[in-house]
Write a protein that binds this ligand. Structure first.
Ligand code: AMP
Ligand code: MG
Length: 346
């Protein structure tokens, strides 16, 4: 009898241990979803992690800190604000090594795009002030900047005029930095570092038009990242099916714009002309491994157009998908394996 009881309890314990092990292995990380605003746009998080709630808070904090302490030209406490305020100072302005490194990477995209991407375009962007006009319900009072104002502002641009030292930046008088074309991508690179510090099975984080995929879905299969139809923003043209870590950024003339007398004035400026870029495309999506590059390249490719844009993307090992003004979808050969047209997305 005693032996029987002993045997039974051993079997029960074994059963409990095996159940715990197997259900533990099969247990999927809980899903956390969170939508907030930061960097003047929507931040949306889908996280599969046992630490989901804390993680989502931490990610949001990181993005907001990046804006407040580093990248914003509006917020007085930020490094970019200080650099802009110190334009013309011979000794420059002391900044973090991180900002210097970001500006070095930006300079690479500027040089490779022959200045199409240029973070010193700040004054011209301010003159158009498309962000404010686009936010208005009634923008019928919109007035275009005058040609001579634009030419004056253009004279105060030039990425190659910035001096970057180990931990300070010298910005010539009257130049103004604007990190709007790259900030959301930089945020994704920060977010990836946070995810690495937590136990995360999978995540998709979007900061405006820039999206990070990470890990995998608990049920397996690829993440679907939708690409908006620039000619009808209520529709998607298709999805990118992605597994693991990727950054996807889209720039388009539908994001922020005003229309006057049948002409659309959007927020992406061609630094050669001072006017909103008009290269025959309505949107471009870039796929690569780093957020800074996906974001910077999407802006640059939008300005350059399809032919030059393709070359630029390939220089950085990135894939590109263009939607032309006539609605044609053109992509680099490497993009074809990820892109699925809407009507056969599943
Ligand atoms: P994105 O939506 O990423 O293409 O970035 C557009 C934003 O970048 C604009 O709202 C401006 O703040 C800024 N921007 C506009 N034109 C340029 C340019 N040629 N180079 C760099 N930044 C730009
Ligand atoms: Mg961009």
């Amino acid at each position: 009898m005693k032996l029987f009881l002993k045997k039974t309890s051993v079997i029960i314990w074994l059963f409990i241990v095996l159940c715990t092990v197997f259900t533990g292995c099969g247990r999927t990380a809980p899903l956390t979803r969170k939508v907030d605003t930061a960097m003047g746009t929507i931040v949306s998080q889908t996280l599969y992690s046992s630490q989901g709630t804390d993680l989502a808070e931490e990610i949001l904090r990181e993005i907001r800190l990046l804006e407040e302490e580093c990248l914003s030209w509006r917020m007085e406490g930020s490094e970019v604000y200080a650099v802009n305020a110190g334009a013309g100072l011979m000794d420059g302005v002391a900044v973090s090594e991180e900002l210097v490194s970001v500006l070095q990477d930006c300079r690479k995209v500027s040089a490779a795009s022959a200045g199409a991407f240029d973070i010193t375009v700040g004054k011209v962007v301010r003159l158009w002030d498309i962000d404010s006009w686009a936010a208005m319900e009634d923008a019928s009072d919109f007035v275009m900047p005058k040609e001579e104002q634009l030419q004056d502002a253009l004279a105060d641009t030039g990425y190659d005029k910035i001096s970057l030292e180990a931990n300070y930046i010298v910005l010539p008088a009257r130049l103004q930095l604007d990190m709007g074309a790259v900030g959301k991508g930089i945020a994704l690179d920060k977010v990836r570092n946070v995810l690495d510090d937590y136990e995360v099975e999978g995540a998709v984080i979007s900061v405006g038009g820039s999206i990070l995929t990470y890990g995998s879905k608990p049920e397996g299969g690829a993440w679907n990242v939708a690409i908006v139809n620039p000619h009808d923003t209520s529709q998607n043209i298709g999805v990118l099916k992605l597994v693991g870590e990727w950054c996807v950024s889209t720039s388009g003339n539908y994001e922020r714009y005003v229309e006057k007398d049948g002409v659309r004035y959007h927020h992406i400026i061609n630094p050669k002309t001072g006017y909103p870029a008009d290269s025959g495309i309505s949107s471009v999506t870039i796929l690569c491994k780093e957020g800074l590059y996906s974001d910077a390249l999407s802006t640059a490719c939008f300005i350059l157009g399809e032919e030059e844009g393709r070359k630029l993307a390939s220089e950085f090992g990135a894939e590109a998908l263009f939607v032309s003004n006539s609605g044609e979808i053109i992509m680099t050969p490497g993009m074809e394996q990820y892109f699925h047209l809407s009507n056969k997305a599943n």
